[in-house]
Design a protein around this ligand. Structure first.
Ligand SMILES: [Zn+2]
Ligand SMILES: [Zn+2]
Length: 331
């Protein structure tokens, strides 16, 4: 019975995904013209991926060169005709959800398109399907996310009636928030792997061994609570006390970049376009997919420094060099 249901849902998923993939590129295993036909799709996806990867730099550049000003923001805010509290609530949950759904769908389609099959990390097993708990959880999280954003508005300092930062000030704020997140996440995640916590909090996330983007939110309520506390501590105290008041656009941009990072580290694709040096600093999908497939070390979100300092990436590094030497011949 279970097998039949799984097979039906697999077929349904495949048919939707392959339909989309065939619109964007040559989908399926039967087409052998990937190398010649894949370039437009590679460029398109590269532009999409790059626009998120370089979003903080683009934002800093726009601030620095006056392409985004306080006047623009005030005009947009009055055009929206929405009060600060609802703009914050729906802006926060809306930007994160839109990024999650759009980028997860794109990753799902892309990994099925033939030009990208060679970049799929676990090529010999199908990606995990989305369980009904996860689908129901997505709806529940939409409501709890809205509620959390509403509460955060009342807990955080005013983010609307302040000046936009300069480009360099924004980069400082972003770097502090990122460092704080990597630090708190590493230790939280490491704690989640202690047997008592693992059984109660984290096992649900590790039911997935070949993840897709949406599996980033296959988390228990404790992870949501962690993220809530993190945002409260970081944007109430850590960033304002070290780098000045945080503008709402900076807060939203932070949420978008972090959820995209979560989607791409669960997206199942190893993209070899970045030079080796950046791979040493930014873990990316290969690292987190190893964590799901082997459940051994590498607890960081995306940056690698905590695992390097604490020596929790030894097994991964062995796997990585083996993976690169095997894949180098193919790519
Ligand atoms: Zn884990
Ligand atoms: Zn994960």
């Amino acid at each position: 019975m279970t097998m039949n249901m799984d097979t039906r849902s697999d077929l349904k998923k495949l048919s939707y995904v392959q339909l989309l993939a065939s619109i964007m590129g040559k989908a399926g295993d039967h087409v052998d013209t990937a190398r010649s036909s894949g370039l437009p799709l590679l460029l398109l996806f590269g532009a999409f991926h790059g626009s998120f990867m370089f979003l903080p730099a683009t934002f800093a550049w726009a601030l620095q060169f006056g392409l985004l000003t306080d006047k623009d923001f005030i005009e947009w805010k009055s055009w929206s005709g929405t009060s600060d509290v609802w703009l914050f609530t729906f802006g926060t949950v809306g930007t994160i959800y839109a990024t999650l759904l759009v980028s997860s769908t794109i990753f799902l389609v892309i990994r099925s398109a033939t030009p990208f099959r060679k970049y799929v990390i676990q090529q010999h097993t199908e990606s995990d399907t989305l369980s009904w708990e996860l689908k129901a959880g997505l709806l529940v999280k939409l409501f709890t996310g809205t509620l959390k954003s509403f509460v955060l508005y009342h807990l955080l300092p005013d983010m609307f009636n302040i000046k936009l930062p300069s480009g360099s000030r924004f980069l400082l704020q972003f770097a502090i928030a990122w460092f704080s997140f990597e630090t708190l996440f590493y230790w939280w995640h490491r704690m989640e792997h202690l047997p008592w916590f693992y059984a109660r909090i984290h096992k649900y996330h590790h039911q997935v061994t070949n993840p897709t983007g949406l599996h980033v939110v296959q988390q228990t309520v404790w992870s949501d609570l962690f993220l809530f506390v993190f945002r409260f501590l970081t944007f109430k105290f850590i960033v304002p006390l070290t780098a000045g008041p945080v503008h709402v656009l900076v807060f939203w941009l932070w949420g978008v970049v972090m959820i995209y990072d979560g989607v791409q580290t669960h997206g199942g694709l190893y993209l070899p376009w970045l030079p080796q040096a950046t791979r040493k600093l930014f873990g990316g999908a290969l690292r987190h997919e190893y964590h799901h497939a082997h459940n051994k070390g590498v607890y960081g979100w995306n940056l690698t420094f905590w695992d390097a300092v604490m020596g929790t990436d030894k097994d991964y590094r062995e796997f990585e060099s083996h993976f690169f030497s095997k894949r180098a011949a193919k790519l």
